[in-house]
Design a protein around this ligand. Structure first.
Ligand code: GDP
Length: 459
């Protein structure tokens, strides 16, 4: 990855398609463009060109060419883009042509972005935001990813890091130049004051209930219950497509089926778990084990039972699911129960139970809209305020936790009678390093820069 060759790749989707975008980045991008098209377009101006094979002179295609001279390009390097007709043979021909140019090779996965990062065009959190934007499935996810790409977390972390470095510079100045007459006595007090403020601001950013991470990953709703209760049928109702196999034979859904849904703009991952029941059959046992594991980790469990099943006896929610944040009871097959009334439906329910109990017919659709609406509301409530949050990954949270811990140690040392300035400096430096790591830049030079900029020691 670390060579200085020029890279090229198909940046658009799978061919055949109307258009194929081939990107070229690196020191030979200009030569490559000139050799293939016979000209160098004006920077950033789409230009109609003929693409020829440099070895044979054969015309391959007519294309739009774009030329982005570095460093003000996506990757920070000289970059060229060809918008070709999106056929397999066109792309193969252009790749073959580019392969004949010295210093050019096919890019590895993520290599354009890697170069953008290496050249300081994107910080690590923006790189993550870009990945999330490409993966986003709902409007809320898209908005969160776009804001991260545009620096919502990176800029905040960078601003915090700068303030930390300024606080550190005060402490370092106190240590290094304490003999000098023109260095004020109390530099530690303002440094600790700044550290306290930073600690409070980071703590506030962390106190978001994990909504940013959940929005990124989607709210997980597990459909669980005994075999044949109608879980797969219900999932299909939700998904409105044939995502799970619906079968009249018990124990056919042996694995966990996932369906990604957009409910009211929010991402919900619906899991259809294998019928939870005891079995001697090894494959099914494994399915049951996985089902239990996934269901136990879900944000919401819909416990589906067959209202028409023998005797109408309630199938108790298994112990393993009791730890879930929410378990709703879904009584299925009310269509059968209506024809052949069973005792349970007539049992009086308190209003409180009603809130978590739904009567549906997965095949006929009765009651399903109400259940979908309730899950949508649940998702909306779980995500409320998520978009204002800045933490979207465990990596961010871990970095901020480390920063907080280092700040706490710096403050404890500062508040301790006889606390040592060197130790305060060390912890502030550690705190700044964790933030530097978050955005992917750890640079000690800027600490020195700040010292010499802010304190005109004059020597
Ligand atoms: P799972 O094992 O819990 O996933 O159950 P399935 O979704 O495979 O359904 C088992 C059987 O029950 C199938 O024959 C379905 O057609 C039937 N079934 C599911 N829901 C209903 C319902 O609401 N009413 C009736 N009458 N049959 C249903």
């Amino acid at each position: 990855m670390a060579d200085h060759l020029t890279i090229f790749a198909l940046s658009s989707g799978r061919p055949p398609a109307a258009i194929a975008v081939v990107r070229i980045s690196g020191p030979h991008a200009r030569v490559a463009l000139e050799r293939l098209t016979g000209r160098l377009p004006q920077p950033r101006l789409a230009t109609l060109v003929k693409v020829h094979h440099p070895a044979t002179g054969e015309a391959i295609d007519e294309a739009l060419a774009l030329w982005f001279p570095g460093p003000h390009s996506e990757t920070g390097e000289d970059t060229a883009e060809l918008q070709l007709h999106g056929g397999h043979a066109v792309i193969a021909g252009v790749f073959d042509a580019l392969g004949t140019i010295e210093g050019c090779r096919i890019a590895e996965p993520g290599e354009f972005t890697r170069r953008a990062f290496d050249n300081g065009r994107l910080d690590l959190t923006a790189v993550e935001g870009l990945a999330d934007l490409i993966a986003a499935e709902t409007p809320a996810q898209r908005r969160q990813a776009f804001r991260q790409l545009k620096g919502l977390i990176g800029d905040r972390a960078e601003a915090w890091r700068r303030r930390l470095i300024e606080a550190l510079a005060l402490v370092e100045a106190r240590i290094d130049f304490s003999d000098e007459a023109d260095v004020p006595e109390d530099l530690i007090g303002p440094a600790l004051y700044a550290a306290r403020q930073l600690r409070d601001e980071i703590a506030a950013a962390l106190a978001d209930g994990g909504r940013g991470e959940r929005l990124r990953e989607g709210l997980v709703v597990a459909i669980a219950g005994p075999p044949n209760a109608g879980k797969s049928t219900l999932l299909n109702r939700f998904a409105r497509r044939e995502a799970a196999i619906v079968s009249p034979h018990a124990g056919t859904t042996r694995d966990v089926i996932e369906v990604h849904l957009d409910l009211g703009g929010y991402p919900v991952t619906l899991l259809d778990t294998a019928g939870i029941r005891e079995s001697d059959e090894p494959v099914e046992q494994e399915g049951v084990r996985r089902a239990r594991e996934r269901a136990a980790a879900a944000d919401l469990v819909l416990w589906v039972t067959d209202l028409s099943a023998a005797g109408g006896a309630t199938v108790a929610v298994p112990k393993a699911l009791e730890g879930c944040s929410a378990v709703w009871l879904v009584e299925n097959k009310i269509d059968l129960a209506v024809e052949k009334p069973c005792g349970r439906q007539k049992e009086p329910l308190t209003s409180n139970e009603h809130k978590f109990m739904f009567f549906v017919s997965a095949t006929k659709g009765q009651g399903v809209d109400k259940l979908v609406a309730a899950v949508t509301t649940y998702a909306k409530e779980s995500f409320s305020g998520a978009e204002a949050g800045i933490v979207t990954r465990a990596r961010h949270r871990a970095a901020f936790d480390d920063t907080m811990a280092a700040l706490a140690r710096a403050l404890a040392e500062g508040e301790r009678a006889g606390g040592r300035e060197e130790l305060i400096a060390e912890e502030l430096r550690a705190a700044a390093t964790t933030l530097g790591r978050l955005v992917g830049r750890v640079d000690v030079e800027d600490i020195l820069d700040v010292i010499f900029r802010d304190f005109c020691i004059g020597k």
